[in-house]
Design a protein around this ligand. Structure first.
Ligand code: GRF
Length: 223
């Protein structure tokens, strides 16, 4: 069966991008990354893409009032790469409603909190500051709201007494690196059924029994 064509949009470190590249390389997911797009041409994500020999497109935003132009440039790259799914992996720009609608049901994001709690830029720091005892990460379809689209997978991570923002973020990140490739895997297998705001995961295999799970992490349905 042909591999699923994946485009990844990433702004920074690119560790989630790496988890997708690795899962593809290992054959864990029947997919290939056909393009990486970054709004920071010097980002680590771009370096990771080049190292993996994936076409890497650095498209710097042109400043105030240039959002539409920047997005059109991103769309042009995507048109050429012909992905079947777009993955936002630490992409720090908000996409326009028109873009989200055009890719509806074919664009996913990973967020470092148990949505809908702690939307926004610092899900881990906000969770810690709020004093929650459990946080985690979420993959979801992207709609025109920020971090508000239909939830696909979640994993819950315990907050420990001595946690700093960074120790907590590291443990959440380890779970992100499992959830994101698995989300692509489920999409590739046609197991994600979008029913209104809910995503039903159709029957099939489980990664819980196939891959090592992390201690003190609770995996939601579908993993
Ligand atoms: C991750 O925590 C992701 O959930 C959030 O941004 C961070 C990106 O990290 N959206 P990386 O660039 O993938 O390492």
């Amino acid at each position: 069966m042909a591999k699923l064509r994946v485009a990844v949009l990433a702004s920074g470190r690119g560790s989630n991008l790496q988890s997708v590249l690795d899962a593809c390389a290992k054959g864990l997911v029947n997919a290939e990354v056909v393009a990486v797009v970054s709004d920071d041409p010097d980002s680590q994500a771009m370096q990771r893409a080049r190292k993996a020999k994936v076409p890497a497109h650095g498209i710097a935003p042109g400043g105030k009032g240039m959002r539409a132009q920047h997005e059109a440039e991103v769309q042009r790259v995507l048109d050429e790469a012909r992905p079947e799914i777009i993955v936002l992996a630490g992409y720090m720009r908000v996409l326009s409603p028109a873009f989200c609608q055009a890719w509806r049901g074919r664009i996913v994001n990973i967020h470092p909190s148990l949505l809908p709690a702690f939307q926004g830029r610092d899900g881990q720091g906000d969770a810690l500051a709020h004093g929650v005892k459990v946080t985690g990460c979420t993959t979801h379809f992207v709609d025109e709201t920020v971090d508000g689209g239909p939830i696909i997978l979640q994993a819950a991570v315990l907050v420990r007494d001595g946690d700093t923002r960074d120790t907590l973020a590291d443990r959440v990140l380890a779970a992100e690196h499992q959830l994101l490739p698995r989300t692509i895997d489920l999409f590739q297998k046609g197991r994600l059924s979008l029913e209104g705001r809910r995503v039903r995961i159709l029957r099939g295999d489980s990664w819980r029994t196939k891959l090592p799970t992390l201690p003190d992490v609770l995996y939601g349905e579908g993993y």
